[in-house]
Design a protein around this ligand. Structure first.
Ligand code: PMT
Length: 403
């Protein structure tokens, strides 16, 4: 689908520069022409020869080069691409772009790109403290407001030996983002998507609670994908360790009852509701005000939590309703029953027994069930890619133009 697209890949000087080689390869494999510009620092991390070999084009680096046929090569380089991507984008290049500083080839070309005509993806990558630096944070926020696409960095082990946020988004995810921007575009503009994510916590006493293994990754990926496609996203989330995607309305909750109240409160604003949260079906009848002391055997009395989706289905007006089903047996039968009982338009069924599916992992394997008994098998893919697929399917089944 990206066949024939011209990509300008800017590489600035960070450890993640090695990933940009893979990114170049992925674009070339899609049939794109890839022109690489490297900063002086980037060349310390990865050889221009590698990039030349992968793209079949010489790498540009200097503002002045005898091989340029014109004195205004920077303007030509800024006009040719269909998409510019800077990966990794260091704190330095982000600061320069924001301030309009043009003191080397990459920053000069970026200053000359017309954002309205050519989208630019920036993939920040740096140490967590640098990323949290108020100046860097502000630069990223301002750039996003100006219309740059920010590939929000992930959490994990960093090159400096610390652990935290700052890892560059993986090349295949950047490719997916590019695909959505160039092909999918902003097809969810003016659509409000209400998403629930993560687990709920049902308190027993001030220190203990009942919960489940949901990490929130599936729901957050959906929020990110919908946002990338221009939707207004309201993300209602139980407690997770994740950063909410930039640009979404983020409403944190703790218990199922809180999630119920917030979801119903925002329901009428929504066009599409996707419930990826793993809601606790039961909560303790009583919450002890003091820490419960050990005393032999203990019986726990539980009461049913409200079924949020069922209530939403009763109160819905125009909304397209998507539920999730996490099952350990009889996946299709149980998912189909839930779709019927909860009056859903679509249900995403994941089998918790399958490796690479369900809780905690970055991938999923699902079956999509639609009204009328249609089932679509979806193989292993990242939760972000799956999220885009789910949004594609919603779009096909729920005619935006009929709203
Ligand atoms: O968060 P991750 O680690 O990425 O894991 C993703 C996931 C496995 C949690 C997700 O993909 C998923 O399957 N979520 C739904 C899990 C679940 O609780 O399924 P369920 O079969 O209990 O509920 C069916 C549907 O009803 C769900 O959409 C659920 O949000 C909703 N529900 C359930 C109970 C309740 N009281 N109210 C509800 O609205």
């Amino acid at each position: 689908m990206l066949q024939g697209k011209a990509i300008l890949l800017g590489v600035s000087g960070g450890i993640a520069a090695y990933k940009s080689a893979e990114l170049a390869r992925l674009f070339v494999r899609e049939g794109c022409s890839v022109q690489v510009i490297m900063t002086r620092a980037a060349k310390k991390f990865i050889s221009p020869l590698t990039m030349h070999g992968l793209t079949g084009r010489p790498v540009f680096s200097s503002l002045f080069n005898d091989s340029y046929r014109t004195a205004t090569a920077h303007i030509q380089l800024a006009r040719e691409p269909d998409l510019v991507i800077v990966a990794p984008a260091t704190a330095n290049i982000l600061g320069k772009i924001r301030a309009g500083i043009a003191d080397d080839l990459l920053s000069t070309v970026l200053t000359a790109v017309e954002l309205g005509k050519c989208p630019v993806i920036l993939a920040p990558s740096m140490n967590t403290t640098m990323l949290e630096n108020p100046a860097v944070k502000e630069n990223i926020r301002v750039l996003e407001e100006r219309g740059f696409f920010i590939a929000d960095p992930g959490k994990g082990d960093l090159a400096c030996g610390e652990t935290g946020k700052g890892r560059m988004v993986e090349p295949f995810e950047l490719l997916e983002m590019a695909r959505k921007i160039l092909i999918g575009g902003k097809d969810y503009q003016n659509v409000t998507v209400l998403i629930s994510a993560g687990p709920t916590r049902e308190a027993l006493d001030p220190v203990r609670f009942i919960t489940n293994h949901s990490s929130g990754k599936m729901g957050y990926a959906l929020a990110r994908a919908a946002r990338e496609r221009g939707a207004n996203v309201i993300l209602v989330s139980g407690p997770t360790a994740l950063e909410p995607p930039a640009g979404v309305i983020f409403l944190p909750v703790v218990s199922a009852e809180e999630m119920y109240a917030v979801m119903l409160d925002r329901l009428q604003e929504a066009d599409v509701v996707i419930k990826a949260a793993a809601v606790a079906d039961y909560r303790p009848v009583e919450v002890s005000r003091q820490k419960i002391k050990k005393a032999g055997e203990m019986q726990l009395k539980l009461v049913r939590n409200p079924d949020i989706l069922k209530e939403i289905a009763k109160k819905k007006t125009k909304q397209f309703l998507v539920g999730f089903a996490a099952e350990t047996e009889n996946l299709l039968e149980n998912a189909a029953r839930k779709m019927e009982e909860k009056n859903l338009d679509m249900i995403v069924a994941n089998d918790l027994g399958e490796e690479g599916a369900g809780f905690q992992v970055d991938t999923n394997i699902v079956r999509l069930l639609y009204r009328g008994g249609v089932v679509e098998e979806v193989p292993l893919m990242t939760k972000l890619r799956l999220s885009h697929l789910i949004l594609d399917r919603i779009k096909e089944r729920w005619k935006f133009q009929d709203r």
